[in-house]
Design a protein around this ligand. Structure first.
Ligand code: PMP
Length: 445
């Protein structure tokens, strides 16, 4: 076997500690829902790469679409020119997004999709006829994750990732996260009076008149450990934003493209945000692509009172890349031609059943599931909900143990994340759940 020297790669979000560094696999290829490493070992991809490969790996229809586009052109600037796939994709996205989102601005990662949304909202308030230049703050959620660029970090609400940079960030207001298992208001889900609904109302009453926008991950705060918001929360936030004239930015980077059981999470509460951010599943994991889609009213704001402001001051070199857009169109075709969302429903039911059984394990505190997005929160003691002292290490060890059973999963601290491709089969769900349960038992007993 050829030895691969990894010395020069600085891995993102990887602790430098030895206990993490030792364990990285080098993946050489993939097929369907499986990954194959350089030694020929096969692993079920239980996290769809990084929540991207919604149809698995090496999907012939998407491979062909990218190949075909390669034969035409690989890149052309969108600054002053257009290209065929970017133009077609914008139409296709507008057709399936919540009604009213009509103008597609391309970028190349989830972080930049959010960064762009923040800048659009800010510039709209500063310059549009319907804007208000006093609105300079952003309201966002504690426990939120919106990316790693400075703007997206500023609206993020996870100290673990963001505290280091606090002096670089603009200030905003944070709403306490409606994390029912560990309710910030000290309540139990079954008996609470939805104090979280009143709380967000209070934050908007106090800061609504100076806020440019409210940024939220709809339904599920993914990176913080799949924290699922109570029913009606998103619709409540939409209603409050409308009441206070605050723009609503829905960050669907993680939840979009089927993962919550509907194509977009906003559909489940029947809301249309003013701006939506898309990435990850948009190109089915093929090429870096993101889109920030705004309403007509916001776009019209940029037609401007003043000649010099008739522009949005943002332009990435690789924006609207034709290869990435071709992959994204093939991705949408795949959804349609294979009835992916219809076929997903029995899989969600099966996953839910299998996870219910896992709740019996001694150190499983809460299992959260929405669509196929799953978080299994481990605790040292179920009664008190006390966490393990070395929580992240325990979570990581569970993932390493699962690899022994041929399954790749991920941990966010002591929450074990399952986010398989939508193309996972029922028997693969069994393997995923069996391996996860065995790994949890082995590590925590
Ligand atoms: N927003 C959300 C909700 C995310 O989950 C992520 C990535 N995990 C991002 C933004 C950032 O996306 P990217 O890593 O592509 O920059």
């Amino acid at each position: 076997l050829q030895t691969i020297d990894r010395t020069n790669v600085w891995h993102p979000f990887t602790q430098m500690a030895e206990w993490v560094q030792q364990d990285q696999l080098i993946i050489e290829s993939g097929k369907d829902n499986w990954l194959i490493d350089t030694e020929g070992n096969r692993y079920l991809d239980g996290i769809s790469s990084l929540w991207t490969n919604v149809h698995g790996h090496c999907v012939p229809e998407i491979d062909n679409a990218v190949q075909e586009q390669l034969g035409k052109i690989a890149h052309t600037t969108m600054l002053g020119l257009a290209n065929v796939p970017a133009t077609e994709l914008a139409k296709r996205l507008v057709d399936i997004l919540p009604q009213g989102l009509t103008r597609v601005f391309y970028s190349d990662s989830g972080s930049t999709a959010v960064e762009v949304a923040l800048k659009i909202a800010f510039q709209f308030q500063q310059q549009a006829e319907k804007g208000d230049p006093n609105r300079i703050k952003f309201i966002s959620m504690q426990n939120s994750y919106h990316g790693d660029t400075i703007g997206s970090v500023a609206v993020g609400g996870m100290d673990l990732f963001h505290a280091t940079y606090k002096h670089m960030l603009f200030q905003g207001e944070k709403v306490l996260s409606p994390y029912c298992y560990r309710c910030p208001f000290g309540k139990e889900k079954a008996t609470c009076d939805h104090e979280c609904f009143q709380h967000v109302e209070d934050v908007l009453s106090e800061h609504g008149s100076t806020a440019a926008a409210f940024v939220i991950e709809p339904l599920v705060q993914g990176a913080a450990g799949q924290i699922m918001h109570p029913e009606g929360y998103l619709a409540h936030v939409r209603e409050l934003c409308t009441r206070h004239n605050v723009l609503l930015i829905a960050d669907e980077v993680a939840v979009g493209f089927g993962k919550t059981g509907t194509m977009f999470a906003c559909e489940q509460e029947n809301i249309t945000p003013d701006i939506i951010c898309l990435a990850k599943g948009i190109s089915a994991g093929y090429l870096p692509l993101a889109a920030t889609v705004a309403s007509e009213e916001i776009y019209n704001g940029f037609l401007g009172k003043h000649e010099e402001f008739k522009t949005f001051f943002h332009g990435h070199t690789y924006t609207g890349n034709p290869l990435a857009c071709a992959a994204a169109i093939a991705n949408l075709d795949y959804f349609e031609n294979n009835n992916v969302m219809e076929k997903l429903q029995p899989k969600i039911a099966h996953l839910q059943n299998r996870l219910n059984a896992m709740q019996e394990l001694e150190h499983v505190g809460e299992i959260r599931i929405r669509g196929i997005m799953t978080g299994i929160e481990l605790v040292k003691d179920k009664g008190s909900k006390a966490s393990f002292e070395a929580a992240a290490k325990i979570g990581h060890r569970v993932c390493m143990e699962a690899r022994k059973y041929g399954v790749i999963i991920r941990n966010l601290g002591d929450v074990i994340i399952l986010m398989p491709p939508l193309s996972i089969s029922l028997s693969e769900i069994d393997l995923l759940c069996d391996a996860t349960a065995k790994a949890i038992s082995t590590v925590t007993e």
